[in-house]
Design a binder for this molecule. Structure first.
Ligand code: HEC
Ligand code: HEC
Length: 290
């Protein structure tokens, strides 16, 4: 190829690329035909991409591009210490479906085991393949800190105070004398759920954040029933933390009884760890075992 024809072809290619971005529809077509590396180079050139740190790299280069996550990476995450924040690897405690050998009979050491979930009663799956697992069992155990914030995982969950809240939710979560006398004070008194633990209302006292975490107000019946983030998301889209009749679906009960994994992880550790995001992407893509 002579230098002339080469530069002619190059110019033509550049013109086509430039023209391609004149109309939005045209740009979409180009996105589809460009390889990932070409898109990457193009995004950098156009100033559309800013990648600083591993969070941004994961978000911009993996999640937004919906790269298929291989199961082999998930297998490795389950077997690696500190994969989702400091602590031992998941499979140290969850590597068999036999409840005498693995907590909850949960086997995270195989793809089938991950999809089968906990085999001990109540047996249950941890997520639905293809759906966002953030509020499912796997998402809650990787992201949510047990409340009161900072409570040790060694504090028992079979305590009368938690059972009283569970029974109140099961009974329809009504605002009666029993609620006002026996339930509401549980949220507003120090040291109820463990020694040296501030009252829930120390951190959840109004619909303003700061100072109230997640704009959650646990000081009144109306506040508790309104739920979290009612200002940020609007009253109609607040996150309900009480589902009358269904404690296991109620955020308050979940947060009182579910420990973040691995046990003992510092509650201030990043709840959106890049590896947590990658595991979630694998699940959203259908949790393929290949
Ligand atoms: C040191 C041991 C240990 C490690 C390490 C560990 N877990 Fe757990 N896991 C437990 C215990 C104990 C429970 C609670 C058992 C109970 O409540 O009866 C549990 C419960 C769970 C549950 C709830 C299952 C259900 O049906 O209720 C999930 C999900 C879970 N772990 C996932 C993980 C993941 C993911 C990792 C790795 C980040 C991990 N665990 C690391 C000990 C561990
Ligand atoms: C020391 C402060 C503190 C205390 C005390 C506290 N929380 Fe929290 N709470 C937080 C923080 C911080 C979060 C943010 C999420 C996380 O870390 O899991 C949170 C989140 C929550 C959520 C999730 C809201 C949502 O967006 O879905 C619920 C429910 C909750 N807390 C209930 C309680 C209950 C019930 C108590 C008392 C048993 C309590 N909290 C005590 C700090 C606190």
């Amino acid at each position: 190829m002579t230098p002339t024809t080469y530069s002619t072809i190059l110019t033509a290619a550049l013109c086509a690329a430039t023209l391609g971005f004149v109309g939005a529809a045209q740009a979409d077509d180009d996105e589809n035909t460009m390889t990932l590396s070409e898109q990457y180079a193009d995004d950098l050139r156009q100033g559309r991409l800013h990648v600083e740190g591993d969070h941004a790299a994961v978000t911009e280069l993996i999640l937004k591009k919906n790269l298929p996550i291989p199961y082999s990476y998930v297998a490795q995450l389950m077997a690696t210490p500190n994969a989702f924040g400091s602590g031992p690897a998941c499979i140290v405690c969850h590597a068999s479906s036999d409840p005498n050998k693995s907590y909850r009979g949960l086997d995270l050491s195989t793809c089938d085991g991950i999809k089968a979930g906990s085999t001990q009663s109540p047996a249950r799956v941890l997520f639905v393949p293809g759906e966002d697992p953030k509020r499912e069992i796997i998402g809650r155990h990787l992201r949510n800190n047990r409340m009161p914030f900072g409570v040790s995982f060694s504090v028992s969950k079979d305590q009368p105070e938690i059972q009283a809240i569970e029974a109140w939710i099961s009974g329809g979560a009504v605002n009666d004398d029993h609620f006002q006398k026996n339930i509401l004070p549980l949220f507003n008194t120090d040291n109820v759920f463990a020694e040296d633990m501030p009252a829930c209302s120390t951190c959840h006292m109004s619909n303003q954040e700061p100072p109230s975490f997640h704009e959650l107000d646990l000081t009144s019946y109306d506040g508790i029933m309104l739920g979290a983030d009612s200002v940020a998301h609007g009253v109609d889209h607040a996150t309900k933390v009480i589902i009358p009749g269904q404690p296991e679906l109620s955020g308050v009960f979940q947060h009182l009884t579910e420990d973040r994994m691995p046990p003992g992880i510092d509650p201030t550790e990043d709840r959106d760890h890049p590896n947590t995001q990658i595991l979630f992407a694998w699940i959203k893509q259908g949790a393929q075992c290949r």
